[in-house]
Design a binder for this molecule. Structure first.
Ligand code: NIG
Ligand code: FE
Length: 388
């Protein structure tokens, strides 16, 4: 397949010009599921045949990588959102509402719900996604959610440490032993990552460390929900344990940005969660100035961030969080791929997975300039046109 007439191609190839490795008047050749060639229109190698996709002068970029989602759940939290917008505070306890509904749902209901959200994400250009468990909170249900997540992605995250399960109310340390013991035994083979919600109302520093250390010993990579509701130990712990990513970071403490940068922990910002809980914006500039790698993700979940829309995330990162359009587009593609320690996605270079988004706009800047406008015209996933 040849994608031609691309007015502006974002490659994220460090060997090319600028932060985004932009090529103008470009074409991309795809062989099967992989990128075969990227370059200027006049230089397409001979022998490229097969179907043509006409970008009509629009911008093209790597498909978005959404490195933080909670897609497998059942139930509805419209009323909680409505109450919050009428002045109530967000607390971690709302998670238990979704746990009850999720446990009661059949595999097929959960599968249909997750697929619908996955397809919704695809239509706005997300071609790679991470999916967490965390609404099961017992051995069988956590394993069930991970298996369902595994039907949709190979970046599956065990989040048994989301909140203390209702059966363990008042006995958090027993629940921590379960998560790091029997639950991990059942779940580690089904996941690539482990995550913990390290926050007041969820798990404290020692409890989070215990769960993550057990997961690391089982060969899982680590991620942390850190510093979402107040400054706390999450970012520091991510640096101490060598996590791949610390997520949220709405409330950084002194030295947190530097610790993340020094430890090579990707700082993943999820601005729709801040928007939907009326929280302050994370300090993206402090993280970038400290030299941290910043990723952007949706945090799609029914409580705090019920969106699958990465272009909206990019728009908020630019307009509200003071990232430049180039920084935000990089963070939503290559940066988010780094948060998952993936090098086959988030970039358009020879050999990368052929995941590509074509915009109905001349430049990547329009993603921020035209917030909420459906600019994603065509989506190509692993070499196949899946939308547009
Ligand atoms: O990332 N912070 C913890 N977990 C989710 C919220 C989950 C929920 O409220 O259901 C988040 O914001
Ligand atoms: Fe989350």
């Amino acid at each position: 397949m040849l994608v031609e007439h691309i007015g502006e191609l974002v490659t994220n190839d460090p060997a090319r010009d600028g932060a985004l490795g932009i090529v103008r008047d470009a074409a991309v050749a795809i062989d099967g599921e992989r990128i075969a060639w990227v370059g200027a229109r006049g230089a397409v190698p001979e022998g490229v045949d097969g179907p043509r996709v006409d970008a009509r002068g629009g911008a093209a970029l790597p498909g978005f990588v959404d490195s933080h989602t909670h897609l497998v759940f059942a139930g509805d939290r419209t009323a909680e959102f409505d109450a919050r917008m009428r002045g109530e505070r967000y607390e971690a306890g709302g998670i238990r509402t979704t746990v009850a509904a999720t446990r009661a749902a059949s595999d097929n209901e959960l599968r249909a719900n997750a697929r619908r959200l996955r397809d919704e994400a695809l239509r706005t250009g997300t071609t790679h996604i991470e999916i967490k468990s965390g609404y099961g909170l017992d051995v069988d249900d956590e394993a069930r959610l991970l298996s369902l997540a595994g039907e949709l992605t190979d970046d599956v995250t065990f989040l048994g440490g989301h909140v203390v399960a209702p059966e363990y109310a008042g006995k958090p340390d027993e629940y921590v032993d379960l998560v790091g013991g029997e639950m991990l035994d059942a779940c580690a083979p089904l996941a690539r990552w482990a995550d913990v919600f390290c926050e007041r109302g969820a798990f404290d520093e020692d409890q989070s460390r215990a769960i993550l250390t057990a997961a690391k010993e089982r060969g899982l990579g680590l991620r942390i929900h850190a510093n979402q509701l107040e400054p706390g130990p999450g970012a520091r712990l991510a640096a101490e344990l060598g996590a791949a990513s610390a997520d949220h970071l709405t409330h950084l403490g002194p030295g947190d940005a530097e610790s993340l940068a020094q430890a090579g922990v990707v700082a993943t910002l999820v601005p729709v969660a801040d928007l939907s809980t009326r929280s302050p914006w994370p300090d993206a500039r402090a993280l970038l100035d400290a030299g941290a790698t910043v990723a952007l993700a949706t945090d799609c979940n029914p409580g705090t961030s019920f969106t699958t829309n990465m272009p909206v995330v990019v728009a908020l990162a630019v307009t509200a969080m003071r990232m430049t359009p180039a920084e935000a587009v990089w963070s939503a593609t290559a940066g988010s791929a780094r948060a998952l320690q993936r090098f086959d996605v988030g970039t358009l270079q020879q050999g990368a997975r052929a995941d590509l988004v074509i915009l109905d706009a001349p430049s990547h800047v329009h993603l921020a300039y035209r917030p909420g406008v459906p600019l994603v015209r065509t989506v190509i996933s692993a070499g196949a046109v899946v939308h547009g």
